[in-house]
Design a protein. Structure first.
Length: 584
């Protein structure tokens, strides 16, 4: 194709002309041989997706201007604009930059130079002619499903942003009108209920994602491209879970719903646990971490989980707002009757006009950090709850930043202290590992097909015998008929028979012969757990339940409160297990 024509296509890409909206993404197949196009169309027919065919790179780019695609199958050797040049233009356009590309080629599969060139242009895989239909179908199905899940997560995130915007506008309007105190209390109650429902609605679609990712591990598929995609999905799912946790934590603190579990805490121990929590993100961004532990035991009267969350949030903040390959320093010491902790970086810095607002809710002065602007708000409010103060310092954009936390010291003469790196003996339930436990007969009652199917597949992959039901009525019948040892029951089911009603009915029918009942729900407030206990549940798990929590509840009669406290600690960031912690 003439260079001028290519430039015209590239300019159209840059201007975003003809952007398609609304329809689900299709698969784009690019090959100059009509026979190859027909063969691929037959091989992918069972996927149920629309195939858009193009016989040249230029025609493919025109299609990309008009619509989005879940996957591009791109022939390498085409006349005029070959597959590599087409891929380069696709990757330069922001809208199509992340569309998976599988190169199709007749070259020798041992041509390392060709494959390296393809991967450098963003290819996720290669297929070599003659194509095996089963292999093509399997690979295409993976990326189509990933696109479906990504679109669902994006839709939920957009819903979250829209709801947040409306909520903020409503609160500002209320403040301008100066409502009376009783009206404000009622509004806060509505907001609390809204956030609980919001968390539930976000956690439901996250649940099959977490379960599905664990299921991929169970299959032990060795494929470099799939492993990279799986790891990327895990990071993004952890990030979404952490955003939901941040939103709920800020609301709980604002409404006085968080009660600190105060005890003598040694600052070096807090620092050690926080560094462990942030190590993955620091390593991912190739930062140099310099840790200067306290040179003496410094005792605080504090909640160790929440203090660890404070330091971990500051480390995550430094890692995110420092360009890769930067330097992050953390140190602690004494200043009279106060312990002083500093977290500094050589990153992007903070403009002077934003220093006084950096701890306000939803404030994000710096670009590129991600999140909702809640991490530093949590730091500020948790430090205040401990009777301390936190300040931010920066000489301006590009000059790095430093956060200094001051916390009142406890009289250390009254308390014995363990060394900072000595780990306290864990309770038996805290030593949850990957042991699957003995096979169980399990019933899963869940109205959402994706959640139910993923949970059943995972439990069966662990060796259990699983039956499932899509609603409360059929779930009760299944339990009474099959007499399982354990039942995982969703709470929010339609049809007039929710999870609470299921638990009460099973207890009434079977009495002491009832199976162990576990509530699996997106609602995780204290009143939700108490209501589950009153209905007859033995345990309460908040979606998305990670594999560690699931294995633990399968192995023992662990109390629901204990499980929830462990979940709070997991989300409070003293450590970062499989599928729950993420950068704040």
């Amino acid at each position: 194709m003439a260079r001028s024509a290519l430039q015209g296509v590239e300019e159209d890409f840059a201007n975003g002309e003809g952007r398609g909206q609304g329809a689900p993404p299709d698969i784009l197949v690019v090959d100059d041989d009509p026979g190859n196009l027909a063969a691929i169309e037959v091989a992918l027919g069972e996927l149920g997706r629309n195939l858009v065919k193009a016989r040249s790179g230029e025609e493919a780019l025109r299609h990309l201007l008009a619509r989005d695609f879940a996957l591009i199958l791109l022939d390498v050797n085409m006349p005029g604009m070959d597959g590599f040049e087409t891929a380069r233009v696709i990757r330069e356009r922001p809208r199509s930059r992340h569309v998976p590309i599988i190169f199709v080629t007749a070259y020798n599969r041992e041509d390392i130079e060709l494959m390296l060139r393809g991967y450098s242009l963003g290819a996720v895989d290669f297929l070599f002619k003659p194509i095996v239909p089963e292999v093509l179908r399997a690979k295409a199905a993976v990326f189509v499903e990933l696109q479906n899940r990504t679109a669902e997560v994006r839709r939920q995130a957009e819903m979250l942003r829209e709801m947040e915007r409306r909520e903020l506008e409503r609160r500002m309007q209320e403040e301008r009108q100066a409502w009376e105190s009783q009206a404000l209390r009622e509004e806060n109650q509505r907001k609390d209920e809204f956030l609980a429902v919001l968390a539930h609605e976000l956690r439901n679609p996250l649940s099959p994602l977490v379960t599905g990712l664990e299921l991929i591990k169970c299959y032990d598929i060795e494929h470099e491209g799939l492993e990279r995609v799986r790891e990327s999905m895990e990071r993004q799912v952890r990030h979404l879970i952490r955003l939901v946790d941040d939103l709920l934590d800020v609301s709980r603190i604002s409404r006085g719903k968080i009660a600190l579990r105060l005890e003598p805490v040694e600052l070096n121990r807090v620092l050690h646990q926080a560094v462990e929590s942030a190590e993955a993100l620091l390593a991912e961004r190739h930062h140099e971490l310099v840790v200067e532990h306290c040179d003496e035991p410094l005792l605080l009267n504090g909640d160790q989980v929440r203090l660890t969350q404070v330091v971990a949030n500051l480390l995550h903040n430094a890692a995110r707002y420092t360009d890769p390959g930067g330097r992050v320093e953390v140190s602690c010491g004494r200043d009279g009757r106060f312990a002083v902790l500093r977290v500094a970086d050589n990153g992007r810095g903070i403009a002077p006009q934003f220093l006084d607002r950096i701890f306000d809710i939803f404030v994000q002065e710096r670009e590129g950090g991600g999140g909702l602007g809640l991490g530093l708000t949590l730091v500020h409010r948790l430090v205040q709850l401990h009777g301390g103060a936190v300040r931010a310092y920066s000489e301006g954009n590009g000059r790095g930043s430093e956060f200094v936390v001051r916390l009142p010291l406890l009289d250390e003469a009254r308390v014995a202290v363990r060394p900072a790196h000595e780990t306290a003996p864990a309770a038996p339930e805290e030593n949850g590992d990957a042991r699957p436990g003995p096979p169980l007969r399990i019933v899963v009652i869940e109205d959402q097909d994706d959640v139910r199917d993923a949970m059943q597949a995972l439990l069966e992959g662990w060796g259990h015998r699983v039956e499932s039901a899509p609603d409360g009525r059929s779930g009760i019948e299944l339990i009474l008929r099959s007499r399982p040892e354990l039942a995982l029951v969703d709470i929010g089911m339609p049809g007039g028979l929710d999870g609470y009603a299921v638990a009460r009915r099973v207890r009434a029918e079977l009495g002491p012969l009832s199976p162990r009942l576990v509530a699996l729900t997106g609602f995780g407030r204290e009143e939700d757990r108490e209501r589950a206990r009153r209905a007859g549940f033995d345990s309460h798990l908040t979606k998305p339940a990670g594999p560690r929590e699931l294995r633990r509840v399968l192995r023992s009669d662990t109390d629901g409160d204990t499980l929830h406290r462990e979940s709070d600690q997991r989300q409070g960031r003293p450590s970062a297990p499989n599928a729950s912690a993420a950068g704040r």
